[in-house]
Design a protein around this ligand. Structure first.
Ligand code: AMP
Length: 113
C-alpha cells in the first residue's frame, strides 16, 4: 500500500524507534505514548485491521502475540499489561494497517482508560 504510513515504517522509509524486528513483524514505540510502555506491533504485510484477519493471514497474528509476550518480559511488565487493537471507525482506528498496542507500566481502567 503506497500511502500507508505503517507500510513505510515497516520498509524503513519512515524512521521509527524500534523495539523488535524480524522478517514478519516490527515493533516500535508509539509517538504519543498512553502508558510508560507503549509499543505498536505490526505485521510487515499490509492487513487493514482485525476485521481482515483470515485463515490465510492469521499465522502472523499468533506470531505478534509471541512477540508481545517476549517484549512484556523484556520490559518487566510483571504486574500485567494490555494488548489492544482498534478496528474501524467506531473503535477509533486512526491508522488503517493492523497494529496491536502493547501497553504497560501503569494500571488500566476497563473498558477504556
Ligand atoms: P490507532 O488509533 O489504534 O489506529 O493507533 C494508531 C497509533 O499510531 C496511535 O497511537 C499513534 O500515536 C501512533 N502513530 C501514528 N504515527 C506514528 C509514527 N510515525 N510512529 C509511531 N507511532 C505512530
Amino acid at each position: 500500500m503506497d500511502d500507508c504510513i505503517f507500510c513505510k515504517i515497516a520498509k524503513g522509509e519512515i524512521p521509527s524507534n524500534k523495539a523488535y524486528e524480524d522478517d514478519k513483524v516490527l515493533a516500535f514505540y508509539d509517538l504519543e505514548p498512553q502508558a510508560p510502555v507503549h509499543i505498536l506491533i505490526i505485521p510487515k504485510e499490509h492487513i487493514v485491521s482485525a476485521a481482515e484477519i483470515t485463515e490465510e493471514n492469521s499465522r502472523v497474528v499468533a506470531h505478534i502475540f509471541e512477540v508481545a509476550a517476549k517484549l512484556a518480559k523484556e520490559k518487566k511488565l510483571d504486574g500485567g499489561f494490555r494488548i489492544v487493537s482498534n478496528a474501524g471507525e467506531d473503535a477509533g482506528q486512526s491508522v488503517k494497517h493492523l497494529h496491536f498496542h502493547l501497553l504497560g507500566g501503569r494500571t488500566f481502567g476497563w473498558p477504556a482508560g
